[in-house]
Write a protein that binds this ligand. Structure first.
Ligand SMILES: NC(=O)c1ccc[n+]([C@@H]2O[C@H](COP(=O)([O-])OP(=O)(O)OC[C@H]3O[C@@H](n4cnc5c(N)ncnc54)[C@H](OP(=O)(O)O)[C@@H]3O)[C@@H](O)[C@H]2O)c1
Length: 338
């Protein structure tokens, strides 16, 4: 057994991570941190864990986290996360870490500081930390002490478009990505836009041309394409708890059939248990609560239309983190996830 610590244990992704780790055969949760005072029992913060985990949340203390863990998951917001990652990795050369925030995803420090509006607290690890999308970057994840867990929207877009760019079937120009997310994508901290009366029975776009996941999607798709991609990414808030559905429109290079596109997707994910290329049109309910991505393609009017669905809290966050941990420890990547 290895011991796990979770920073930011009161949040949504941490809650999902706790549930996944409780059924993992090789992991024992030993430390949960929060800034909340009086060390609340985990069951008071996440009542559905009553009877499942007998642990109190503690104030974040680097030495305690290091003493109690072999792997640390940081479920903190950006900047706060990199501060903690830097302290923990400096305090121990034994600990492995998975960072849920965007702090180590972008390889260019200036791009990060521009889009996130902060000075990076740990610049030395920017550009050298593997991007934790196991379907595409398993080799570098296996070797890593720190992995940058991907963003939820980027996961849904990259899994759909990546194979066609890598195979040279799709043009890297003029890509349109239209994504819709459930409200848990915004985290548990209260915000005006995610209050029930604001978002219930309503469906809206936000961050048009300005969403922070744009440079992440551009970066990873450019890596897979071998050249710079040009794209528009528009996210939407849907009044449901969880799930992301992404529809992407890409131009084929030359003429291509739907059968050829589907065959390319199936070939790309042959050895990837969590990406299912399906003939039907996928829906968020089909993958809710799972680490699966369901993906399909159609040809419409000379364009390839790709549709992918994930659960933002699992394949878009905590499930991907467990998949990364499994790779980092040399285990079957499906452990605790099926
Ligand atoms: N939600 C998603 O679908 C999703 C998907 C992919 C990635 N992510 C990323 O995963 C991370 C966690 O997301 P989440 O949705 O779980 O967020 P969340 O529900 O808001 O939880 C974040 C936790 O971090 C702690 N925290 C907040 N501000 C802090 C600060 N300044 N310093 C230290 N701790 C702080 C809070 O715990 P206390 O107040 O108890 O200390 C909070 O419970 C974020 O980086 C997010 O971008 C989220």
């Amino acid at each position: 057994m290895i011991r796990a610590a979770i920073l930011g244990a009161t949040g949504y992704t941490a809650y999902e991570l706790i549930k996944l780790l409780l059924r993992h055969p090789h992991v024992e949760i030993r430390c949960l941190t929060s800034r909340q005072e009086d060390s609340p029992h985990v069951s008071t913060v996440h009542p559905s864990l009553t009877g499942l985990l007998d642990l109190r949340l503690t104030q974040p203390d680097v030495q305690q986290v290091v003493d109690l863990s072999d792997i640390v998951f940081s479920c903190l917001p950006h900047a706060a996360s990199a501060e903690s990652v830097a302290e923990i990795l400096a305090a121990s050369d034994r600990i492995k870490m998975v960072d849920f925030s965007a702090d180590y995803r972008l390889t260019d420090l200036a791009v990060y500081e521009h889009w996130y509006g902060v000075t990076h607290p740990d610049p030395q690890r920017v550009g050298v930390t593997p991007y934790g999308l196991g379907e595409w970057f398993a080799d570098s994840i296996q070797e890593a002490r720190l992995v940058a867990n991907p963003g939820c929207y980027p996961t849904s877009a990259i899994l759909a478009i990546g194979p066609l760019l890598k195979a040279g079937i799709a043009s890297p120009q003029d890509i349109v990505i239209d994504s819709k997310s459930g409200v848990s994508g915004a985290g548990r901290s209260p915000k005006l836009t995610t209050l029930f009366p604001e978002c219930n029975e309503s469906f809206s776009a936000y961050g048009v041309g300005q969403h922070r996941h744009t440079p992440e999607i551009e970066q990873v798709l450019s890596t897979l394409a071998g050249e710079n991609v040009d794209l528009i990414f528009t996210p939407h808030l849907v009044p449901m708890d969880r799930g992301i559905l992404t529809t992407a429109y890409v131009r084929p290079k030359g003429s291509v059939t739907q059968e050829a596109v589907m065959a390319e997707l199936r070939k790309a994910y042959e050895g990837s248990p969590f990406v299912q290329v399906v003939d039907h049109l996928p829906a968020t309910k089909h993958v809710s609560g799972t680490n699966f991505c369901h993906l399909t393609a159609r040809i419409v009017n000379q364009r390839i239309v790709l549709i992918s669905c994930i659960d933002n809290l699992i394949k878009g966050a905590s499930g991907a983190a467990v998949q990364n941990m499994n790779l980092m420890f040399g285990w079957d990547m499906t452990l605790g996830l099926l």
